[in-house]
Design a protein around this ligand. Structure first.
Ligand code: SF4
Length: 341
């Protein structure tokens, strides 16, 4: 079968894993990848439109209680984000024109329902910014129901890697089954789901395709983000190879053909410089324009950033101007308006 015909076949309802795997493998060749990317962009523009939209993140809002810690991780925190400062952060994000916010991290397998409900309730009392939440597999079915009743837009359950042996090695204190169960709970409760794939932990192309097909089975999946493995010197994965952006871009393009209406984003291990390739491969349309973290408070801006001091300890780092320039460079624009679910 010609590569163009394989691309056509992956875009059909009921496409097989075998065809998707062939497209992923054969797109290693740049000439094929360019054909795949063109098809993926056409699907993205038709399904999601050409306008990008802003989101922002407040990370490490609760301590990560996973024991032992994931073997590659450097971004856990041991503290809770004080609620007053969290609310001030949400309002600061709103004031720079972003209407959409993620609260994320850490994880507690014993549950974080009450803590997250308290945070969402406090922000709700001060702001009508759209809220999404991500605490790993830390929510019960009742917690998801309560978050939905509070108007939370989505719950994230990041499977990270679909191969159980690789998951167990990289995340020995975490639970792949717990993460899968949370996706199922969201589906049962008709709560929108966001998920993430961490590419480059050692999984095969087949694992990646199995992962996409598993998620594709959930009609409430609305956003899938792609992390690109980055080794850190202080972790047990320090000698594990950095994942190439080529791996990420090609998997995004296959995902676009399999799930046309799902927002496909970039997550940890990617930077602003990955945006043009991401977009050219069919990624889109949400962009993270600003972030707040107590774990890494910033006092001095690096080029391309603006820092807004929110409270004595909390600063908001905006990359909106730089990202707007990058996006304008490929003829698109970014706005505050996000699509309905
Ligand atoms: S659950 Fe997340 S924050 Fe906690 S150790 Fe693992 S990767 Fe790090």
């Amino acid at each position: 079968m010609r590569f163009e015909d394989l691309i056509q076949a992956v875009g059909q309802p009921g496409a097989s894993k075998e065809v998707a795997l062939r497209v992923l493998r054969e797109s290693r060749e740049p000439a094929n990848a360019l054909k795949l990317f063109a098809a993926a962009c056409e699907v993205r523009d038709r399904a999601l439109g050409t306008k990008l939209w802003w989101s922002a993140g407040i990370s490490a809002v609760l301590p990560c209680r996973v024991v032992p810690r994931c073997a590659y991780c450097t971004y856990f925190t041991a503290k809770s984000f004080p609620i007053e400062e969290l609310v001030a952060g949400a309002k600061a994000i709103e004031q720079i024109g972003i209407r959409h916010l993620h609260l994320s991290g850490g994880t507690d397998l014993a549950g974080y329902d009450a803590e997250m409900i308290a945070m969402v309730t406090a922000i709700r009392a001060a702001s009508d910014i759209e809220i999404e939440v991500n605490l790993g597999p830390s929510f019960s079915q009742d917690g998801v129901r309560q978050l939905k009743a509070l108007g939370v837009r989505s719950v994230t359950s990041s499977l990270e890697v679909f191969n159980p042996e690789i998951f167990a090695k990289a995340k020995p204190g975490d639970s792949l089954e717990g993460r899968k169960r949370l996706v199922e709970i969201c589906q049962e409760e008709q709560m929108s789901v966001r998920s993430m794939i961490l590419i480059g932990l050692g999984e095969t192309d087949q694992d990646r395709i199995d992962h996409l097909f598993y998620l594709k089975g959930f009609s409430r999946l609305y956003h899938l983000r792609f992390s690109r493995f980055q080794p850190y010197q202080t972790t047990a994965y320090r000698d594990h190879p950095r994942c190439s952006p080529w791996e990420t871009a090609r998997l995004i393009a296959v995902a676009r053909l399999l799930m046309p209406e799902v927002d496909l984003g970039l997550a940890a291990g990617n930077s602003a410089d990955d945006i043009p390739l991401w977009y050219s491969a069919g990624g889109g349309n949400q962009l993270l324009g600003a972030a707040i973290s107590l774990r890494e408070p910033k006092t001095a801006a690096t080029p391309g950033e603006d820092i807004i001091q929110v409270t004595e300890r909390v600063s908001l780092v905006s990359k909106m101007k730089q990202l707007e320039r990058y996006v304008a460079g490929f003829g698109r624009s970014v706005g505050a308006q996000f699509p309905p679910l």
